[in-house]
Design a protein around this ligand. Sequence first.
Ligand code: ASP
Length: 316
Amino acid sequence: MKHLLSIEDLSREGIERILDRAASFAEVAGREIKKVPALRGRTVVNLFYEASTRTQSSFELAAKRLSADVVSIKSTGSSVEKGESLKDTIQTLSSYDPAAIVIRSPQVGAADLVARWSPAAVINAGDGKHEHPTQALLDVYTLRQAMGDLDGRKIWIVGDVLHSRVARSNILAFRRMGADVTLSGPPTLIPRGIEALGCEVETTLDRLPEADVVYALRMQRERMTQAFVPTLREYAERYQVNAARLGPDQLLMHPGPVNRGVELSADVIDSPQALIGRQVEAGVVVRMAVLYELLAGSAAPVGVTDDALAPAEALR
Ligand code: ASP
């Protein structure tokens, strides 16, 4: 695999391979010195044209823990603010001969364009409302750790599906791993024809108790060009996942950032059923695994005995 642009690029075996490798990197994360020499001498460029806390920091940490040289660029404070186009920016950064470019952009298809313009491996870290494949991988990883295989599990994705790249990537990934996926939200926030991805659609939470996992989405106000719900209060009344709606055996996920009191109530965010902190933790090891898969090659062994996982002492 040269790039990771969409979950569609991955078979079930491909996903499992990345997640198994991520599990072996979790051992590295437990060490005092959390660094391995796998990508020593390679350069990773992180190019973020949109706000990010978790994705940006975890990609940076992942590349550093693999000993790559990392350049992180945000649109604010860079020449992008001066009007430099994406194509010119990629051309400029190509002078550093990066092995990988990680890109987040508000434009659908931006990562595909970068893959055409640059010889580097390209990772889509979110392109508009299209896809966010590494989020889906870390979510599957988190669920596998929490409940084992996803075959036959019922996962409900609740909220603003229309503007959510996470929803699109996660539907594809959860389906590929054998789960049953149901979407629920106001009809104005469910894209028409989304059932074609193999999921069901509900416009109430009446059947929510059937879910093994409830995956809440953020209301993406920055992408809303019109009023999709009357008010956030009314939205919360009908669709907020709260202690009254979440059963004691259901697992709760959210990609972050959470709008407390809108899609989730404070009591469920801080409940033991919430995997939100574990999703963030998984972000580092899964992104290490993706970088490793693309840059060190899928032929590399998965196990912890791999040379690339030699202790940090090997770096000295
Ligand atoms: N952090 C995720 C994303 O970048 C989800 C969100 O922003 O709501 O798509």
